[in-house]
Design a protein around this ligand. Structure first.
Ligand code: ATP
Ligand code: MG
Length: 411
């Protein structure tokens, strides 16, 4: 198994020499107990970060001080990174960040983590060390805060969202009652968190195979509206775009596709949403593409639809259509308008599968031959020409386009 990995064992041996100790902790232990893939391996140690670096250097192991002030050193063995963090205890917290002190107390290190299932350790021999009752919770798939839920949330309000994120991935049944109550009571504190932390956590939640249960609980207790006020006026049946399952679609919608389903496909509203959540440039432009997708503007003409296929490609457009279809189908029963919409969307989807991208019949060499000199103007003019060709629904011939090219150069 991954635990017998030579590189990992080498790192642990390095930490365990003399009086030190290192144990794998968090997601790696949790996931391997669940039989799920392990992403990255975090290791906790009693050694101070300087000592970790010293030992690594002496053993010829690459050490990167990724967050030495917080006690984290990354060791790289056989090209694999391992994050080594010195045991810590909280000295002071204000709900947004924590002041921590190094310690050599495993119990204190476990108790400053958020959830019991995230506080399991594994020693070099594979033995699991459970200091907070995480094993029993993991077995029952019970997502539970360590200690008093309200206190733990007051220390770091992001834990509200983490509770639902881990519930979406590993929980079953109803969320833990104490946890749910404490999250609901503290929901107004979400607004004090930085948008980046909120979106990074929400993105992971929305990447779950089936985030529906978690999102519906969040909505039930007024937390979803704190994060996405756009969902406030939803009726009970209007949430499907966000919660649609992989099973229903045959493919897994990514977090941005789910997010885009939250507001109407209107460029301005999506831009506002993206700004509020501080999405990256790439993420924001993805939302803009979505705004132009016909999956939702299903009354677009075939010509307009073909132009979108040309611009955005059949894969992206097809994916968006399928999502829109799943949403429409969810609402279609007994609703004639939605039924008609379903039929229109199916037709567009069918068109997508048959579509072949037309080749723009003019290129850079033509522009140069027409007298343009190499430079940014070539791209500008060819772009304008291509738009004219698109507007003609690909009807303009090469001869006509070459004539227009001359006009554009001379204008
Ligand atoms: P995955 O990486 O699979 O999403 P993970 O459990 O590794 O899951 P991370 O967010 O990478 O989650 O955090 C690593 C560990 O650090 C967690 O398992 C938890 O013990 C601790 N942790 C992370 N964030 C917090 C927090 N806000 N409050 C308390 N403990 C936290
Ligand atoms: Mg992790």
């Amino acid at each position: 198994t991954w635990f017998q990995d030579e590189a990992l064992q080498r790192v642990l041996a390095l930490l365990n020499a003399d009086s030190g100790e290192g144990r794998v902790v968090g997601g790696a232990v949790r996931n391997s107990l669940l039989g799920l893939p392990v992403a990255d391996i975090d290791i906790a140690t009693t050694l101070l970060p300087e000592t970790v670096v010293e030992r690594a250097v002496a053993a010829g192991v690459k050490a990167v001080p990724t967050g030495i002030a917080h006690g984290t050193v990354t060791l790289v063995v056989d090209g694999k990174p391992f994050e080594i963090t010195t045991l810590r205890r909280d000295v002071e917290t204000d709900g947004r960040r924590a002041l921590v002190a190094f310690s050599d107390d495993w119990q204190a290190d476990a108790e400053r983590r958020d959830l019991t299932i995230n506080a399991l350790y594994a020693s070099a021999n594979g033995e699991v060390v459970d200091l907070v009752g995480g094993l029993a919770d993991l077995e029952r798939r019970n997502i539970r805060f360590i200690g008093d839920a309200a206190t733990r949330i007051a220390e770091d309000h992001l834990r509200i969202l983490r509770f639902f994120r881990f519930f979406a991935y590993y929980g079953s049944g109803r969320p833990d009652a104490d946890g749910l109550r404490a999250c609901a009571a503290a929901r107004s504190k979400i607004a004090t968190l930085s948008a980046e932390r909120v979106w990074s956590e929400m993105k992971k939640l929305l990447a779950a195979k089936d985030p529906g249960r978690a999102l519906l609980w969040m909505r039930q207790v007024g937390i979803l509206t704190e994060v996405l006020p756009e969902t406030e006026k939803w009726g009970i049946d209007a949430i499907p775009g966000l919660v649609v399952t992989e099973q229903a679609l045959g493919w897994a919608p990514d977090p941005l596709q789910r997010l885009a389903a939250v507001v109407p496909p209107d460029a301005a509203r999506l831009a506002k949403l993206g700004e509020r959540l501080r999405l990256s440039k790439v993420e924001a432009s993805y939302l803009q593409d979505w705004a132009n997708a016909p999956g939702i503007k299903d009354d677009a003409s075939e010509a307009a639809f073909d132009r979108l296929l040309y611009r955005y490609g059949p894969i992206g457009i097809g994916a968006q259509l399928k999502l829109a279809l799943a949403v429409a189908r969810g609402k279609a029963e007994g609703d004639f308008e939605e039924m008609a919409r379903t039929a229109r969307l199916s037709k567009l989807l069918e068109r997508t599968t048959r579509w072949k991208k037309p080749v723009f019949p003019v290129n850079g060499a033509d522009a140069l031959a027409a007298g343009l000199s190499a430079g940014p103007r070539v791209g500008d003019i060819l772009g304008k020409l291509e738009q004219q060709w698109l507007d003609s629904n690909f009807a303009l011939t090469r001869a006509t386009l070459l004539a227009r090219l001359k006009e554009l150069i001379e204008s």
